[in-house]
Design a binder for this molecule. Structure first.
Ligand SMILES: [Zn+2]
Length: 300
């Protein structure tokens, strides 16, 4: 993926190297990354935390930070600040470029529909941090908080994506960011609120099925970003699409569950199968339109 020479977003808040500053509390509301880092999701699933507050099982955190946590993190205030390595700087730069591209793609698309795109924030953190949806640590994986309209990202996740999920490549990392921005788009069009209201009335199985549709739509919206970014700036290089597909497949619920527990429980899926994730990313990439990303209509 070509990115070095592109504009950096001004909406990045870099909290890395600040020495932790994390006042404890929990992340029990799920904190499951883009489908990665499933452990917490499984804790939530196994301990019966209400899925209505667990939309997306839940890398969209909706809590208020008061909550249902099984885990508390140690106080880390006062930990010494550390300088960012060259690699950290580069990852931060990369994230700022991808975020800028999502701004430059979504702003005109919203304008075309007669509305204004509100740019989300991106918080880079290392170890642990706070959001309006509760505390997060690196086990949370990337997530979106609708309350403060920010994406939270521990850049160590990219290393994780590479090593643990065998999904290397800069475009795979860009797909992860674009997926989280996809949740922001869903929030702005009022979809998250509607789904959450439906989930409150629904059974666990039905709520999970709705989460899958939310997630697949975010995958499709990531594809829409890639479609326009490539059309405008020719960002794609050979192998990039495969990288993103590989990432989408690697973090599908079926494959994650198999890795984790050796069998698959479809009712507990919150992100969709590998095949579904690849299919919807491809759909967005091919069509380049929000209207083609309606995962709430018909079969997925
Ligand atoms: Zn998601």
């Amino acid at each position: 993926m070509r990115w070095e020479d592109f504009r950096r977003s001004g909406n990045v808040e870099d909290r890395r190297g600040q020495g932790g500053g994390f006042g404890g509390g929990g992340m029990g509301r799920g904190g499951l990354g883009i489908g990665g880092l499933i452990i917490v999701g499984l804790i939530a699933w196994a301990t019966g935390i209400n899925p209505a507050v667990l939309i997306g099982g839940a890398e969209i955190l909706l809590g208020d930070g008061s909550g249902t946590s099984q885990q508390t993190s140690p106080q880390r205030q006062g930990a010494p600040a550390r300088p960012l390595s060259a690699e950290d700087q580069k990852l931060g730069d990369f994230a700022a470029v991808v975020l800028a591209q999502t701004e430059d793609v979504w702003t005109p698309l919203f304008k075309g529909e007669g509305s204004a795109y509100r740019q989300p924030g991106l918080v880079l953190f290392s170890g642990a941090t706070r959001s309006a949806c509760g505390s997060a640590d690196s086990a949370t994986g990337p997530f979106y908080c609708p309350r403060d309209q920010k994406i939270y990202l521990d850049t160590a996740f990219f290393t994780e994506l590479n090593k643990r999920f065998k999904a290397p490549g800069d475009f795979a990392a860009a797909y992860v960011i674009a997926h989280e921005v996809g949740h922001h788009v869903e929030n702005q069009i009022g979809l998250l609120e509607q789904v959450q209201a439906r989930q409150r009335q629904a059974s666990r199985t039905e709520a999970n099925a709705l989460s899958v549709r939310v997630e697949l739509m975010a995958d499709c919206l990531a594809g829409v970003w890639a479609h326009h970014a490539d059309a405008q700036w020719r960002i794609l290089e050979d192998g990039d699409i495969e990288e993103a597909m590989n990432a989408a497949a690697a973090i599908g619920d079926d494959r994650l569950q198999k890795r984790q527990q050796g069998y698959v429980v479809p009712d507990s899926f919150t992100h969709g199968t590998s095949t579904q994730r690849v299919k919807w990313f491809r759909q967005g990439l091919d069509k380049g339109s929000l209207a083609q990303c309606n995962t709430f209509k018909g079969a997925i």
